[in-house]
Design a protein around this ligand. Structure first.
Ligand code: CP
Length: 297
């Protein structure tokens, strides 16, 4: 694997191999690169989980992390993404993780940058390592994906998590359904699953995955209040009481408590939200290992 830009670049076998490696790391497995290795995590959009868990994953693998804060860098003087990544390449970075608000920002780098790129999220495009950690969490719970029903609920059209997960879950044999405000549904998702009403989605699914409202990507402010959204499209305590007995709650986070999910449910027995965050480190260790092991080829 040269880069990890989109979950759609991975075959079913490659996904399964990465999940196997993640499991190895989750059980205390050790791997370190043969030579001194530097990584730079370049986040042009805010992040807590993805950036911190890449930092931890890199340090656990013995990789030196080059500090980079976009707000205190020459990006504020107008330096382009290409020039910034090229700089890190020439001063010795061996791998980079990039999050950027522009969909497919990496098109301007591929073929010109000689170090591997891991996509930490591009606009409304893809978030492949989030998808892998979601898959790992589901596999831990159910042992596989075949015939599981996964409901992805909320701001579908602006969500790179929804876009990555629908492709990966369908490839692995799960049935995906979508729910949430119809105005935030994207018809291009229909090739992987149906749009259903929230009550049906919650009652029939094995995995109920809520999404944050991506206000930063909306061109118009919604007239709906947080309370109204919660009652119409959120996982309320009442809706949770109608979930299947062994079904689980997931959310990529950050969570808006009492909007897409009731405050009390974030750490409920069936919630795997903090487990997802924990698993993020193991999955990112697996991705870094695979890319570095094959020399980025
Ligand atoms: N889930 C996720 O990508 O969280 P961050 O934005 O905090 O990285």
């Amino acid at each position: 694997m040269r880069n990890l830009l989109s979950i759609t670049d991975l075959s079913m076998e490659e996904i399964k191999e990465l999940l196997k490696e993640a499991e190895y790391f989750s059980k205390g497995g050790i791997w370190i690169p043969k030579q001194q290795t530097f990584a730079v995590n370049m986040f042009y959009e805010p992040s807590t989980r993805t950036k911190s868990s890449f930092d931890v994953a890199e340090k656990k693998l013995g990789i030196e992390v080059i500090p980079f804060d976009v707000n205190f860098s020459s990006v504020s003087k107008g330096e382009s993404l290409y020039d910034t990544v090229k700089l890190f390449e020439v001063i010795g970075a061996n791998i980079t993780v990039i999050r950027h608000p522009k969909d497919r920002y990496y098109d301007s780098l591929i073929g010109k940058i000689n170090i591997p790129i891991i996509n930490g999220g591009d606009g409304c495009g893809q978030h492949p390592t989030q998808s892998l950690l979601d898959l790992f969490t589901i596999q831990q719970e159910f042992g596989g994906f075949k015939d599981l029903q996964v409901a992805i609920i909320g701001d579908i059209s602006h969500s790179r998590v929804a876009r990555s997960n629908k492709d990966a879950l369908s490839k692995l044999g799960a049935n995906v359904v979508f729910s949430g405000p119809e105005e935030w549904f994207d018809e291009s998702f229909l090739n992987t699953g149906d749009y259903v009403n929230i009550d049906r989605a919650v009652e029939e699914s094995d995995v109920v995955m809520l999404l944050r409202i991506q206000n930063e990507r909306h061109h118009h402010t919604s007239s709906m209040s947080a309370e109204e959204y919660h009652l119409k499209y959120g996982l309320t305590l009442e809706r949770e009481s109608r979930m299947k007995r062994n079904s689980i709650i997931m959310h990529p986070a950050p969570v808006n408590r009492n909007v897409e999910i009731a405050d009390e449910l974030v750490e409920a027995k069936r919630s795997r939200i903090f487990k997802q965050m924990e698993n993020g480190v193991f999955v990112r260790m697996a991705v870094l290992k695979q890319i570095l092991e094959c020399g980025g080829n």
